[in-house]
Write a protein that binds this ligand. Structure first.
Ligand code: MN
Ligand code: MN
Length: 294
């Protein structure tokens, strides 16, 4: 039984990150894992691809009015978990997240496939019992089991919901799932209607009761339209663009986001490399948005 997460520090590093925790308040780590992937594997290469392309971005974000140079964040490296069974992967992610929490770091986790989110949530609910989940994704991920595996990426939000004491998830602009999943989202008031090009009014209304809750933001990159981000295992037409993401962030920036993840980048599918750059810019935005309340 493993009782300690092992970070591989040989990987490249995200722009401007420290390698040592020091006085950092945000911790980045990667999870190289894609074994339950149902269509095209490759998400295990996501974290390093984000790191490699990151120097092409500026450190300043005119939209958020912040500069990475004013923020202390550490890149702890990656967990190499692709030889493990899914339940051991989740345990490792939990241990890694616990390590960050103990060191007062807000976790920013890079996948890897979406099933890893459960491990982070397991660690965080001890510190934040009233944690709620906000999900950007093309897919509902609410199946109780998929291809015989309860820990599949297609079940990940269902598993997280079972762990969250508040049982609250807000699913933003989901456009793919089974009839049962959509019924579940409607019955539990979980689906936030949001379409590309709309303003953030519906989203702002949906999140307004949670001003005092700690929030975990999980970003499955297939939320974006495949014409912007094609490097993902299960692309879904009819998705979102960068302006839509900025609208979501604008609403969230006065909320208490305590941790976040970016999952399902499969860089080799997109030979242009643009998908990795979009993912790196998402990470830059999150570094500027988590921890805002502290
Ligand atoms: Mn998805
Ligand atoms: Mn997903």
């Amino acid at each position: 039984m493993i009782n300690k997460a092992i970070f591989d520090k040989e990987s490249p590093i995200f722009m401007g990150s420290r390698r040592e925790i020091g006085n950092c308040s945000i911790g980045i780590f990667g999870v190289n894992y894609d074994r339950t992937c149902s269509f095209k594997p490759g998400a295990r290469f996501g974290p390093d691809s984000i790191r490699k392309v990151s120097p092409c971005l500026e450190t300043y974000c005119p939209k958020l009015g912040k500069d990475l140079e004013d923020i202390n964040y550490v890149d702890l490296g990656s967990l190499n978990l692709n030889s493990l069974e899914s339940i051991d992967v989740i345990n490792n992610v939990r241990l890694a997240t616990n390590y960050l929490i103990k060191n007062n770091l807000s976790p920013l986790m890079l996948g890897g496939e979406h099933s890893i989110t459960r491990g982070a949530i397991e660690a965080l609910v001890d510190k934040y019992p009233n944690l709620i989940l906000i999900q950007l994704d093309a897919h509902a991920d609410l199946r109780s089991s998929y291809m015989g595996n309860k820990n599949s990426h297609a079940c990940t939000m269902q598993r997280c919901l079972e762990i969250l004491p508040e049982k609250k998830i807000l699913q933003v602009g989901i456009r793919s799932g089974t009839k049962e999943e959509f019924k579940l989202m409607h019955d539990n008031n979980q689906l936030i209607n949001f379409r590309s090009g709309e303003n953030g009014q519906e989203f702002a209304k949906a999140i307004s009761p949670y001003k005092n809750n700690p929030i975990y933001l999980t970003i499955d990159l297939d939320w974006f339209d495949p014409s912007l981000l094609s490097g993902t295992g299960t692309p879904e037409p009819g998705g979102f663009f960068w302006n839509d993401f900025e609208i979501i962030l604008e609403e969230l920036k006065t909320f208490n986001i305590v941790a976040s993840d970016i999952v399902e980048l499969s860089p080799e599918i997109d030979s242009s490399g643009v998908s990795s750059i979009v993912a790196a810019k998402v990470l830059r935005s999150l570094i500027m948005t988590v921890n805002n309340m502290q």
